[in-house]
Design a protein around this ligand. Structure first.
Ligand SMILES: [Zn+2]
Length: 215
């Protein structure tokens, strides 16, 4: 268990650092978590990711009780725990990525601009606004995640989960990219972007399930 926790922590720190170097997170504005058995490892609040080392691991149980680490967990902990309790998530990435956050202020759902939405369950919803760190925000996010592994959060950012940290991270990058594509297409004067139908998204979802290397 101890080895599993150490390995998961180093993967979590690498993922958090990558979110900064890839431009999805500015400073300490995002947070990352991963589930190990009945515990959740989570980034601490207010510590730059390049300063996090092996001794800084923060672990909580699914009720939010801190079981190891001297740093305080992220202020968005209630949201992470609600998603673990309410979905099959094994890893979660939350960002304030610029294009996704911009889209969260414009629409209730990201228009179906690209078939990669199907890889996250379909049209991406925007969770209703609530103050950061609250149970109310956690409830809004959980609602927007029904049958989805990703959502936008109104005037706030993104929440994406996966079976692994890599999957949650990759979906986050894809979501931010789709938001950028939609904003770019809709900003062309006099033209309106073509969108995919439900049938086209469903078809893409079926194909994506068979995508990748065999075995
Ligand atoms: Zn946030």
């Amino acid at each position: 268990m101890r080895d599993a926790m150490e390995k998961a922590w180093s993967e979590l720190v690498a993922t958090a650092r990558r979110s900064v170097t890839d431009g999805l997170v500015v400073g300490t504005s995002g947070n990352v978590s991963v589930r190990v058995g009945d515990l959740v490892l989570v980034t601490p609040t207010g510590v730059p990711y390049d300063r996090l080392g092996p001794v800084d691991a923060v672990a909580v149980d699914l009720d939010g009780r801190q079981v190891s680490g001297r740093l305080r967990p992220t202020s968005e902990l209630p949201m992470h725990l609600a998603v673990y309790r309410g979905t099959g998530a094994r890893a979660i990435v939350h960002t304030h990525a610029v294009h996704a956050t911009a889209v969260s202020t414009l629409v209730d759902e990201l228009p179906a601009i690209h078939y990669m939405a199907a890889a996250m369950g379909g049209r991406i919803r925007v969770a209703g606004y609530a103050p950061y760190g609250t149970d109310e925000l956690a409830a809004q996010v959980l609602l927007a995640l029904r049958d989805r592994s990703a959502c936008l959060m109104r005037n706030h950012g993104t929440l994406v989960y996966g079976a692994t940290l890599d999957q949650a991270y990759d979906r986050t990058a894809q979501l931010e990219w789709m938001c950028q594509v939609w904003l770019t297409a809709r900003s062309v004067p006099g033209l309106t972007p073509a969108l995919l139908s439900d049938a086209e998204l469903d078809d893409a979802g079926g194909r994506l399930r068979g995508y990748g290397q065999p075995g």
